[in-house]
Design a protein. Structure first.
Length: 629
């Protein structure tokens, strides 16, 4: 029996209301696989912090995720497994002391690691972790000398040309690589039997050997500029240390990221900090505050998504008819008001004339705002702007900051302005495109355009809007789709681009829109839904999932509903899929629909299967004025 749209909307609304926290926020998990769980075990064991309850629980979670062939995957359809995730899991399970190499599941894991190319095939950041814990040699030379951190902004390539994510993760690694730091304990396992093609003592960082000519140029330029006496080297190390310490959030973490905090702890140890130093103990406790519960087991979140979840849920509830005066919305929006940024962060380097006013992603984020969280938070509070002066002030500050962050090319990036020097892609660091740059993207540009079109009184001929429109039209793929950087992937980008363009008056009959619609209808599944594989961001082309997900379906419907004046059969089929699959529990339920880095970092947002179907159903109901399929 098909549920009515209104009944399904009511079900989601009631569930979201029930799951609101006492402070007005929503703490849905930011789930990123088992890597952070493994790293937490490795961190605790290396520092000899014997938190056995946590370690045992993380061991159980990791084991539950193991495949029958012995491997671990990043996503369901990854194939035979992911060598990096499998090495990380295997290492953590051994280091925990609760599993042995002779255990059948551990033997199966070892076989798969060797079959997939051995420990030397893992990704770069895993090699750093293995090196500093004594399981892998440090590279004989590092692709970026630590002295680079001292270069002035006027230099052709300088530290602030890296994205904030790149700076956060590479700064502690600069220090660790410079010191060739490694630490082992009596409990450290021996992973030497995981190497396939060489002896452990050999140095094989093939990605770092890839372009010595480029690195030689950089090093020579730095040497010519600052002559590299020992005092300069020492100053660079101190500058790197201060960069980390000056960006520690109130919870003790470095930029609210698990990976950067993990590496910062070891970098400080390499500089002589004792294990019980207050900065280190606060950082560890900060990481522990990231723990959430999923299916009865703890998961170490990479960060918290509290502001993002809260802004999305508040807006979705209001779109579904929940009054802005409802206590749930009041509490949510007062929480958001308390999380608007007042501090200056690194974003000011490339945008020095704006006042703070953005929002960040995590619960404790105070200096690293981003465009997507800012537009999402402004959407959530927009009905309060005329009611209370504090919200009016927040709105004005947020809007001004948002305007100031538009890139020179007309698009919008996530965290910073004009941080997209393509020369950085040639630095032989794996994933340099994702780690070192923060370019304009279709998802950020489209969602920002949608905000301007639907929530402000800006003229459609406003220069900022026209530049966004031009950017989107220039970046459509040949097949009609757009690539979405922060979601999976082409469906995400196409939804954002289409809804943004329509919101500012681009005609549904425009060839760009018609091309996008044709593509969306072409990839619709027989069950009425849509689904896209995480392989899309690896292959840089749309790869079908072979099944439909609630989130992908809601995104595709959002675009189609914005375009059509009548509910065409394909829209009706999509709505039916949402209604019939709303409470389905299978592998598609937890399939990642967010991405951090192609091939290495995928996100299952637990809020998305509620938020985006609710928005799709609400917009369908409002536009077509019917409440039942």
């Amino acid at each position: 029996m098909r549920l009515s749209i209104q009944n399904e909307m009511n079900r989601i609304v009631n569930k979201l209301k029930y799951e609101q926290s006492s402070d007005g926020s929503w703490h849905y998990p930011f789930e990123t696989g088992i890597s952070t769980d493994a790293y937490m075990i490795i961190l605790l064991r290396t520092l000899e912090i014997n938190d056995e309850d946590l370690i045992q629980a993380l061991v159980e979670r990791i084991e539950r995720k193991q495949e029958e062939n012995g491997a671990w995957k990043l996503f369901y359809d990854e194939g035979g497994g992911n060598v990096t995730a499998t090495v990380e899991a295997y290492y953590a399970l051994l280091y925990s002391g609760y599993r042995k190499k002779s255990d059948p599941n551990m033997q199966a894991a070892k076989r798969r690691i060797l079959e997939m190319g051995g420990i030397e095939s893992v990704q770069m950041f895993a090699k750093f972790m293995l090196a500093l814990t004594g399981q892998y040699p440090w590279p004989k030379f590092f692709p970026i000398p630590i002295e680079m951190i001292l270069l002035p902004l006027s230099f052709p390539i300088n530290f602030f040309d890296f994205s904030v994510y790149g700076r956060a993760n590479l700064t502690p690694i600069f220090i660790l690589a410079d010191n060739q730091y490694r630490v082992k304990t009596k409990r450290s396992p021996d992973l030497s039997d995981l190497f396939v093609s060489r002896l452990k003592e050999e140095d094989d960082w093939s990605s770092f050997q890839a372009d010595r000519s480029f690195l030689s140029y950089v090093k020579q330029a730095i040497k010519h500029f600052i002559d590299l006496p020992k005092s300069i080297h020492s100053a660079a190390v101190q500058h790197a240390k201060q960069y980390m310490l000056n960006r520690i959030e109130p919870d003790g973490t470095f930029y609210s990221y698990f990976s950067s905090t993990f590496f910062m702890i070891f970098a400080l140890l390499s500089l002589g900090y004792p294990k019980n130093h207050l900065t280190i103990t606060k950082a560890i406790n900060g990481l522990k505050s990231f723990i959430c519960q999923i299916n009865g087991n703890p998961h170490m979140q990479y960060t918290t998504a509290t502001v993002w979840n809260t802004s999305l849920v508040s807006y979705a509830l209001q779109e579904a008819g929940v009054s802005a005066a409802d206590p749930v919305i009041q509490k949510a929006n007062r929480y958001l008001l308390s999380r608007q940024h007042v501090r200056y962060g690194d974003w000011t380097v490339h945008n020095p004339y704006s006042m703070p006013g953005g929002w960040g992603f995590s619960n404790v984020n105070t200096i690293n705002p981003d465009v997507d969280d800012t537009t999402a938070s402004l959407r959530a509070i927009h009905k309060w702007v005329m009611k209370e002066p504090l919200f009016r002030q927040a709105w004005d500050r947020g809007l001004n900051w948002l305007f100031s962050m538009q890139n020179d090319d007309g698009g919008y990036a996530a965290f910073e302005k004009n941080v997209n020097k393509r020369v950085l892609h040639h630095i032989p660091i794996q994933g340099a495109e994702f780690i070192l740059t923060d370019p304009s993207t279709a998802d950020l540009t489209g969602r920002t355009l949608d905000f301007f079109g639907n929530f402000t009184n800006l003229s459609k001929q406003h220069p900022a809007i026209q530049r966004e429109v031009e950017w989107l039209m220039d970046h459509q793929e040949k097949n009609g789709a757009w690539y979405g950087r922060w979601g999976i992937c082409y469906i995400y980008g196409t939804w954002a681009a289409v809804t943004g363009l329509i919101s500012v008056g681009v005609s549904p009959k425009h060839p760009v829109i018609q091309k996008a619609v044709k593509w969306l209808l072409k990839i619709q599944n027989n069950d009425g839904g849509w689904g896209e594989s995480c392989k899309s961001d690896i292959e840089k082309t749309y790869v079908p999932l072979g099944a439909s997900t609630l989130t992908h379906t809601a995104w595709a419907l959002g675009a189609l509903i914005a375009v059509f004046g009548e509910p065409i059969p394909e829209i009706q089929a999509g709505i039916k899929f949402l209604l019939q699959s709303a409470e389905r529990e299978d592998w598609t339920t937890s399939y990642p629909t967010g991405q951090g880095m192609a091939g290495g970092f995928y996100i299952h947002y637990h809020s998305y299967p509620y938020v985006f179907p609710l928005l799709a159903l609400s917009h369908y109901q409002k536009k077509f004025e019917i409440s039942h399929v």
